[in-house]
Design a protein around this ligand. Structure first.
Ligand code: UDP
Length: 152
């Protein structure tokens, strides 16, 4: 079990629907540590960079338009195996298939309005964190509950 950092974002629909607290709360209650967080409106070019792997997909333009349509809340989240832990909390891309108990399974209906983003690999986590945060925006600190969340 390696300590990892992953990039998580409440998308514009999540912000508009008042789900920032719900998403952050689920991450915190799991035992994950938020080490960076900010609200921003994503510029078009930044959205195209973030979703570069989908550039040729038919949904690319709609995706860029969705993600730039309003403010988002971007986070860096830390914990043991954080990348897969967060992906499991988030659920499948299509909310129709996402399991109940997951964020998308509980809170979303449509693949084009699926509330959250989370990195899917160590490479994408590193890349996405560097798009949204500079090194000095990520805070290194110990949390008081760490001995209760992890068996040392
Ligand atoms: N997406 C979409 N239509 C699709 C596939 C994906 O609108 O047919 C959007 C959806 O918002 C998804 C994002 O594109 O979250 C990125 O897709 P990816 O396959 O990377 O899914 P994720 O990693 O977000 O689960």
């Amino acid at each position: 079990m390696e300590v990892e950092r992953t990039f998580v974002m409440v998308k514009p629909d999540g912000v508009q629907r008042g789900l920032i607290g719900e998403v952050v709360s689920r991450l915190e209650r799991k035992g994950l540590k938020i080490v960076a967080m900010k609200m921003l409106r994503i510029p078009k070019e930044m959205a195209e960079t973030h979703y570069a792997e989908h550039r040729e997909k038919p949904f690319f333009n709609a995706l860029v338009s969705y993600i730039t349509s309003g403010p988002v809340v971007a986070m860096v989240v830390e914990g043991k195996s954080a990348i897969s832990v967060v992906r499991n909390l988030v659920g499948k891309t299509n909310p129709v298939e996402a399991e109940p108990g997951t964020i998308r399974g509980d809170l979303a209906m449509d693949i084009g309005r699926n509330v959250v983003h989370a990195s899917d690999s160590p490479e994408s986590a590193k890349r996405e964190i560097s798009i949204f945060f500079s090194d000095d925006e990520i805070v290194d600190y110990a949390k008081v509950d760490e001995d209760w969340v992890y068996e040392r």
